[in-house]
Design a binder for this molecule. Structure first.
Ligand code: NAD
Length: 505
């Protein structure tokens, strides 16, 4: 191609990464990659066909015996080198992620990329620490032990909100445990997953261990999920698509890991530090323009603090600087696409009929007009069963509702189909402790909202899915355990044979 934006030259060899090299898709259909801050097309690529998925799965299958047969120490060494290459390429990764997603460079530089490097370093260490039950003579006459084995070739599907981190979360535990993988990123954000795979190759992770197919969900995605040579499906995305993926994976009896949508509650009890809670709610709802499955979306505030909290949040939201994602002073970039911005605006516009838009609720004018921007938005007066409270908006929108008793606050927090993340704000350790026990979510923060760490699991309850990303818990998804049992008696007629041979000599 070689014309126009530097991204075109960067990925001129193609946007599929199969068996250790970039190549073009063969579906005959193209996809634009658009910088949502400007509306400019930065790259156009040919989507993967079913044949491209087959080629990627074949490459992953070919690499499997060698990689699964490597020692944990050898895999760990490769992942340590991988972390080093990613760290060396941090600026390029951060820039590309900001361009394809519209994320502020501050966020990609301080969060997306270092988080990915840290995750890689974590799995380099964890690769040598696969845990299991100790061997023992549980029957008395046998020695039993557990082998923890890779599952085979994993097919993973990722969303567009954190393309680099999602690639890391899907690929690292899978390959640390000795599997090989084919990852399908979201169509609109294909670039940093490719760079992640290239970094693996530069670290001498063998060709075929990591493959990336950039294709459409309905054809390449479904083909990958149903592929007979793929042993496991790991999906992160919306609950609606997750249900479809589950149907296909179940039909071929595959191991399944689903990380789905969220609608995180943010519960402020009346003894909380209201200033801390307001700061936490603004940062927690606006991070990544609210396109975060754990973002604070529903703040429930106990009546005595309600007015002060709403006023503080409105003031803080007004201070957030929208702007060019590549400007280090920018706090909030655009949404990932104009389509997503219009979806978010649709939720807010429908809410006007039954709730109050306190601040925001509009796209900025002036020089930001051509980008997919939307102002930080605060909504009050919505009923618990309304769309804006129940549905995943995935934009910079926070709804605040009052509550009276602690029982009510916790009940409201649990009153959506989702259960990914939540936070409780209180200076009373017993109240906060109760909230951590009774809120049904895969993560509950106390007096904070958003931070994640490589050592701890991330995953949902309820309609937010099942299975864990990150941490040693993710190995439960990406390994299978085999019970091996040795007879220790060396006798021909064992005791338990009485069930068949009775008292015959
Ligand atoms: P999405 O469900 O629309 O798409 C996710 C991926 O699925 C994309 O790669 C897409 O191409 C693919 N896909 C679409 N249809 C498919 C099909 N029929 N078969 C197979 N694959 C298909 O989600 P999105 O809009 O990209 O991302 C936003 C969603 O992701 C939100 O719901 C968010 O909460 C969720 N998410 C969850 C987590 C988590 O950890 N739980 C993390 C990030 C994002």
């Amino acid at each position: 191609m070689g014309n126009g934006h530097p991204m075109r030259d960067r990925f001129a060899a193609g946007t599929q990464y199969i068996g250790g090299r970039l190549r073009s898709g063969t579906s005959g259909r193209t996809q634009d990659v658009v910088n949502p801050a400007t509306g400019e097309t930065v790259h156009t690529y040919e989507l993967a066909s079913a044949a491209d998925v087959d080629a990627a799965v074949a490459a992953a299958r070919e690499a499997l015996p060698g990689w699964a047969g490597a020692t944990p120490g050898e895999r760990s060494d490769a992942l340590h080198r991988f972390a080093g290459v990613l760290a060396d390429r941090a600026a390029d990764l951060a820039h590309t992620e900001s361009v394809q997603c519209g994320k502020p460079i501050k966020l990609t530089t301080e969060f997306d990329v270092p988080g990915t490097v840290d995750n890689t370093a974590f799995f380099a260490g964890a690769a040598r620490h696969l845990q299991g039950q100790s061997a023992g003579e549980y029957s008395g006459d046998h020695t039993s032990y557990v082998r923890r084995e890779p599952i085979g070739t994993v097919g993973s599907i990722a969303p567009w909100n954190y393309p680099l981190q999602m690639a890391a979360w899907k690929i690292l535990p899978a390959i640390a445990a000795g599997n090989t993988i084919v990852l399908k990123p979201a169509e609109i954000t294909p670039l940093t997953s490719l760079m992640f795979a290239e970094a693996a190759a530069a670290a001498a992770v063998p060709d075929g261990v990591v493959n990336i197919v950039n294709g459409a969900g309905r054809d390449a995605g479904e083909h990958l999920v149903g592929h007979p040579d793929v042993a496991m499906t790991s999906f992160t995305g919306s609950t609606a698509v997750g249900k479809r993926v589950a149907e296909i994976a179940t039909a071929s009896v595959k191991r399944l890991h689903l990380e789905l949508g969220g609608k995180a509650p943010f519960v402020v009890f009346d003894d909380a530090d209201v200033e801390a809670a307001a700061h936490g709610a603004v940062a927690g709802s606006l991070i990544n323009s609210g396109q975060d499955c754990t973002a604070a979306t529903r703040a429930y505030v106990q009546r005595p603090l309600y007015d002060a909290f709403v006023a503080a949040v409105a003031d803080l939201m007004a201070m957030v600087r929208l702007g060019d994602p590549l400007d280090p002073a920018t706090d909030l970039g655009p949404l990932v696409s104009h389509l997503q911005r219009d979806r978010v605006a649709g939720f807010v516009d429908r809410a006007r009929a039954y709730a109050t838009v306190v601040t925001g609720g509009e796209a900025p004018q002036g020089e930001l007009k051509r980008g997919a921007y939307y102002r930080p938005t605060l909504i009050t007066g919505a009923a618990q069963d309304s769309e804006i409270v129940q549905s995943e908006v995935f934009g910079p929108v926070l709804v605040v509702l009052p509550f009276d008793t602690d029982d009510e606050g916790i009940a409201l927090a649990n009153d959506t189909p989702y259960g990914l993340a939540a936070s409780a704000w209180s200076r009373d350790v017993y109240r906060a402790g109760r909230a951590t026990r009774e809120i049904k979510a895969g993560c509950v923060w106390v007096n904070d909202h958003i931070p994640i760490i490589s050592e701890m699991p991330h995953g949902g309850y309820k309609a937010s899915g099942f299975g864990k990303d990150m941490s040693a818990y993710s190995f439960e998804e990406y390994t299978q355990v085999k019970h091996v049992m040795y007879d220790n008696t060396a006798v021909a007629r064992k005791d338990w044979h009485r069930t068949i041979f009775g008292d015959r000599p």
